[in-house]
Ligand binder design. Sequence first.
Ligand code: FMN
Length: 211
Amino acid sequence: MAETQKQIVTVGVTGASGAILAQKALVLLEEDSRVARVHLVVTEAGQRLLMEELGITSGDLKQLPSRILGRATTRIEILPNKDVGASIASGSYAVDSMIVIPCSMNTLGAIANGMSEDLVARAADVMLKENRKLVLCVRDTPFNRVHLENMLRAQQAGAVIMPVVPAFYHHPKTIADLVTQYVCRVLAQIGLPQEEMYRWAGTPAARKAEA
Ligand SMILES: Cc1cc2nc3c(=O)[nH]c(=O)nc-3n(C[C@H](O)[C@H](O)[C@H](O)COP(=O)(O)O)c2cc1C
């Protein structure tokens, strides 16, 4: 991506716990002037998790992005997960980066093993074959051996494995603090560092010694 060019980002949302992470990522991407377009794909289970965890119903799929954001959006376009012929299913369409947030073990397994039966898995497969940035925000606990092997396979194929594991060094007070820090770290991975992100700068004693 040229420095002045705006990013095209794909966001896959699957049926793992953590719909709030997808919501925060979409809010930040929608507001980001460095982003030209966001292609959003939500699996059937992902839609269920949006409902279970955030009370967001799918209804008319076209309206889902604005229901997730709580306001109108022109930057985020939803694509049906069944449409394996959508733009993002082809390497000739220039997507800069893709995040799958949260990423279920099912979708991880599909991506790690080159199975592209739905658009989330196909779009991820394209990112890997085109050597483009793919971040998988995998979520389950505990992991079994198959999960761990699939993570290794995906990582070896070029994906960044970014488990949904919160940090505490920034002294979070609320769930929103935990969510923001995690999502900011994810967006930093795709070249979109956020002002909201806490950056560790050493202990106070070490900082004083450096000064
Ligand atoms: C409430 C709820 C929570 C779930 N949490 C997880 C989870 O954290 N991780 C996971 O891998 N699957 C989880 N699942 C199971 C997945 O939704 C299920 O395996 C589904 O087939 C994933 O499909 P998808 O990859 O197409 O989204 C959950 C299901 C439900 C209903």
